[in-house]
Design a protein around this ligand. Structure first.
Ligand code: PXG
Length: 292
């Protein structure tokens, strides 16, 4: 594997970052998780845009243009012969002194790793996932805004630990007002009476790229989406539920806090969306090898 760091490629063994990097010391930095399908980088522009928004929010200056970063991402896939897989883009605050002050950090580190990912077993997508609500509250937007895809994922990890210790793969996180925000690494959707609902960004959902794609694809099926405050009661009484994320893609949910959702099987619209999403990944994206 060849890893991109600041414009150069290194072997896995030689891919090294300073122990004084504030990305490590304080989780001070931002990242993106991107997929490649069939030799194309899926939704690359959207991911790069979001990375720059995250960086802006934490006053981190990415030392490259968007186009340069897109080119570097595609180049990293090419160098690794990655036709289908997962790209992790990381920008850290860079090495500094001990102490929080980001102004003492000089060089933001731009890292691109091209690898594979499988978050859940294939069987789970067929039979659907059972998930639970956990006690860990999603970050308040005045603390760390959930829109920022920062290197500090402890909020999500704590929720994931709660789910795992209870014997579940994924957790529903509520915001500080008790409304549904999202899962630890995925956005959440429900379908009720042929309408789709998902938590708004202001209720603590990440502006998920798979979320937006799902809203668009389900819209094409004639199902409108709205973003009201959602309570657990709304989830329990939904006809269908599913999660969306770059890593997990579209995951049907069949049980929430032991309440069966719909008939306890992946829903009709959910299954149509899974299919439409797979079709889209076949034809869309930035080609890794320009000559096709
Ligand atoms: N919410 C959170 C908190 C996320 O981290 C999503 C929603 C879905 O957003 P996208 O843009 O991916 O549709 C995410 C993204 C992993 C992993 O390693 C997690 C994500 C993406 C890729 C890999 O668990 N989460």
């Amino acid at each position: 594997m060849k890893v991109y760091i600041n414009g150069k490629f290194y072997s896995e063994k030689n891919s090294k970052i300073s122990v004084f990097d504030h990305g490590l010391l304080y989780g001070d930095g931002v990242f993106e998780g991107i997929r490649a399908y069939h030799g194309r980088v899926f939704k690359l522009k959207e991911h790069i845009d979001r990375l720059f928004y995250s960086a802006k929010a934490i006053l981190l200056n990415i030392p490259m243009s968007k186009q340069q970063l897109m080119d570097a991402t595609v180049e990293t896939c090419r160098k690794n012969n990655l036709n289908d897989g997962y790209v992790r883009l990381v920008v850290t605050r860079g090495a500094g002194t001990l102490g929080l002050n980001p102004n003492r950090c000089s060089n933001p580190q731009v890292i691109i790793i091209a690898d594979t990912i499988q978050l859940y077993p294939a069987s789970l997508y067929k039979k659907g996932m059972e998930i639970v609500t956990v006690a860990t509250t999603r970050n308040h937007h005045n603390a760390v805004n959930p829109a920022i895809k920062s290197l500090n994922y402890l909020n999500n990890i704590l929720a994931k630990i709660e789910a795992n210790t209870a014997g579940y793969e994924e957790a529903i996180m509520l915001n500080s007002e008790g409304y549904v925000a999202e899962c630890t690494g995925d956005n959440l959707f429900i379908i009720k009476d042929n309408q789709m609902f998902t938590p708004s960004l202001s209720s603590g959902a990440l502006h998920g790229i798979t979320r937006q794609t799902s809203i668009d694809l389900v819209g094409e099926l004639g199902v409108p989406t709205s973003e009201p405050n959602l309570t657990r009661y709304d989830l329990y009484n939904a006809d269908e539920c599913f999660l969306t994320g770059t890593g997990a893609e579209i995951v049907p949910v069949v049980k929430i806090d032991e309440r069966k959702i719909g008939n306890g099987k992946p829903g009709k619209i959910t299954k149509k969306l899974v299919k439409a999403y797979q079709e889209l990944t076949k034809v869309s994206g930035e080609p890794i090898n320009k000559i096709k």
